[in-house]
Design a protein around this ligand. Structure first.
Ligand code: SF4
Length: 333
């Protein structure tokens, strides 16, 4: 059976169930690279210049981890999935960059997705991808319909059950990817919303297990996947007007939404060397400063970020939230 490799990085967290369904419907086996390790990150970093953003270095490390494990690697060039809203340039050139810096990679399946070119172009791109495995347009169509349904179900599952992408993928695939949640007898101390791209929030190596750390500190963690699409879209429009960047909702939309939702604090996660995020996160920071209702902190990650330094900042942030809540309670008495 033909094996397709999917790197567990970048758009994996948004689209894995859809891609997996598409390939499996066409009779292909899907292989996912293992969770990120320091070895993978160092291997990926060694192939590119130092100021490449951290998630791309991680991505290349995952591609290297798939060399010898599969017949093809799937790396789509996703330019736009919404009219006149464009992706960061790193995503546009991802297949070409990978071919250039990892010549030993298995052949790359590099479908081009740009919704602005119209439906006809999109369908042709999907058929072109499917033709690697079948000559039947009917089969490709059936696989793409099943894949789209899997994508809708995945997002519905995250939003209705307040699950993070790894938790939703675990439920769908019934293959444990994370430790089972233990029931805690300690009361919840408060609610923290995390905003940022899924490939930063849920890669436990680069985020230093931030989600688990907050949960162990007895905070309920909310993430950008939990509001509905409509809530995120209207929050993005309120704060930024017309959308320009794909995935703006994960930062601007989620930030604005949670600023008005009564959470105790918001933590923005971004990475060194990311142009779009530095603009978007600043928008949320300014709005938080204007409203003065919710504590806000941003963390910038790179490959040298030490867990101890991050934990110190988190502890100070949670301490500030605790004191703020205590002061408010005293005023109310
Ligand atoms: S949006 Fe930022 S972090 Fe993401 S790939 Fe682009 S530059 Fe890197």
């Amino acid at each position: 059976m033909i094996k397709i490799g999917i790197p567990r990085a970048l758009l994996y967290y948004q689209y894995y169930p859809m891609w997996k369904t598409f390939f499996e419907e066409l009779g292909v086996e899907v292989v996912v690279s293992p969770p990120t390790t320091q070895v993978m990150l160092s291997a990926g970093s060694s192939r590119v210049v130092a100021d490449t953003c951290l998630p791309v270095k991680v991505f290349l490390g995952h591609v290297l981890g798939l060399v010898g494990e599969c017949d093809y690697i799937f790396i789509p060039a996703i330019r736009s999935v919404k009219r006149r809203v464009y992706n960061c340039s790193k995503f546009l050139g991802l297949p070409d960059m990978t071919k250039a810096v990892i010549p030993e990679s298995p052949p790359i399946l590099d479908i081009d997705i740009d919704i602005n070119k119209g439906k006809r172009d999109l369908y042709q791109a999907i058929y072109k991808l499917g033709r690697h495995f079948t000559w039947s347009p009917f089969k490709v169509r059936q696989a793409s319909l099943a894949a789209w349904q899997a994508h809708l179900n995945y997002h519905q599952l995250m939003s209705s059950h307040r699950l993070t992408p790894p938790q939703a993928i675990e439920r769908i695939s019934a293959t444990p990817q994370t430790e089972p949640k233990r029931l805690s007898t300690n009361p919840i101390q408060g609610t923290i919303a995390l905003i940022g791209h899924p490939y930063l929030l849920y890669d436990e190596h680069i985020s230093h297990r931030l989600v688990r750390w907050l949960e162990r500190a007895h905070y309920q963690v909310l993430t950008p996947e939990m509001p509905t699409k409509d809530e995120l879209e209207s929050a993005t429009a309120r704060l930024a007007g017309r959308e320009h960047w794909t995935y703006e909702e994960e930062v601007v939309g989620a930030g604005e939404h949670y600023l008005g939702s009564g959470v105790d604090g918001i933590i923005g996660i971004m990475t060194f060397g990311c142009g779009p995020d530095s603009l978007m996160m600043d928008m949320v920071r300014r709005q938080a400063a204007r409203l003065r209702t919710t504590a806000f902190m941003s963390l910038t990650l790179d490959e040298h970020t030490a867990e101890a330094g991050m934990v110190t900042r988190l502890e100070a942030f949670l301490d500030m939230i605790y004191r703020r809540k205590r002061r408010q309670a005293e005023v109310c008495v």
